[in-house]
Ligand binder design. Structure first.
Ligand SMILES: *Cc1c(COP(=O)(O)O)cnc(C)c1O
Length: 248
């Protein structure tokens, strides 16, 4: 028999992750998808490295961050962490990216979810080329045309993807969206569906591009997103607890 002492926080996290995995299974089975098609990204932004360690020990391997500095700090701690050496976690950049910080990312992130302009893609291409890396990116789409959100409109995707496809050190892997905030996840179904349909039409237009990913769905609406075809869901507060941006 094994006795382990877990912190209360870790016990809570364990339960929450079990609930999310259960919900993923159910959402997949409702639409005849395999749960293996859905990557659960733990959004660890603003949380300490110890939260990543806990989630990692509970089977989460991919983490979403929205600040370059936080990725650099956590990446460094991860490299010193012998428990993670054999199978290091993957970092995903999911936040608005400033061009002057792109140079810190080659080698540290497996996927950039939030490419919202051609000029940003050009900087990513240049900085990743310098270090001989290929950047895997998702194109951010502002499906609902909210003023507060970045991303391309659906109507301009084809033209912009054609421009970005010319860049040699970028691989366009799919689309990402941040759906409107709502108390009723069902309201975001048309948003998720529109993103999936946009991906389908891009796949037809650009058969040589590796367009496969749909990064959509967060703590409040990931089940609907899965039913509409999400391949990556980004779950933060439900796993890690509420974020406190005022923290000292
Ligand atoms: C913070 C964030 C999330 C996670 O949001 P929760 O509602 O806490 O799950 C997902 N995606 C992006 C782009 C984010 O910035």
């Amino acid at each position: 028999m094994e006795f382990t002492f877990r912190s209360e926080r870790e016990e809570v996290m364990k339960k929450e992750i079990e609930i999310v995995r259960e919900n993923i299974r159910h959402a997949c089975s409702r639409v005849n998808r395999s749960e293996k098609e859905v990557l659960l990204l733990g959004v660890s932004k603003t949380k300490p490295y110890s939260a990543i360690q806990e989630a990692y020990s509970l089977g989460i391997q991919d983490f979403g961050e929205n600040k370059v500095q936080e990725i650099r700090d956590k990446y460094e701690l991860m490299q010193e962490d012998c428990l993670m050496k054999d199978c290091p976690p993957h970092f995903h950049m999911i936040g608005t990216l400033q061009k002057n910080k792109v140079k810190y990312l080659p080698g540290k992130v497996v996927l950039l979810h939030s490419v919202d302009s051609v000029s940003l893609a050009e900087v990513i291409d240049k900085e990743f080329a310098k270090k001989d890396f290929i950047a895997r990116i998702l194109i951010e789409v502002n499906v609902a045309k909210e003023d507060s959100k970045s991303g391309f409109y659906i109507e301009e995707l084809e033209e912009k993807v054609a421009e970005m496809a010319k860049l040699s050190h970028i691989e366009i892997r799919g689309l990402m969206t941040v759906a409107p905030f709502t108390e009723h996840p069902e309201e975001n179904r048309p948003v998720f569906r529109a993103l999936r349909e946009s991906l389908f039409s891009l796949q037809k237009k650009f058969p040589s591009l590796p367009l496969a990913e749909l990064s959509m769905g967060m703590s409040g609406d990931y089940e609907v997103a899965i039913e509409e075809g999400a391949t990556i869901i980004r779950v933060g507060s439900f796993i890690f607890g509420e974020r406190n941006y005022q923290k000292l």
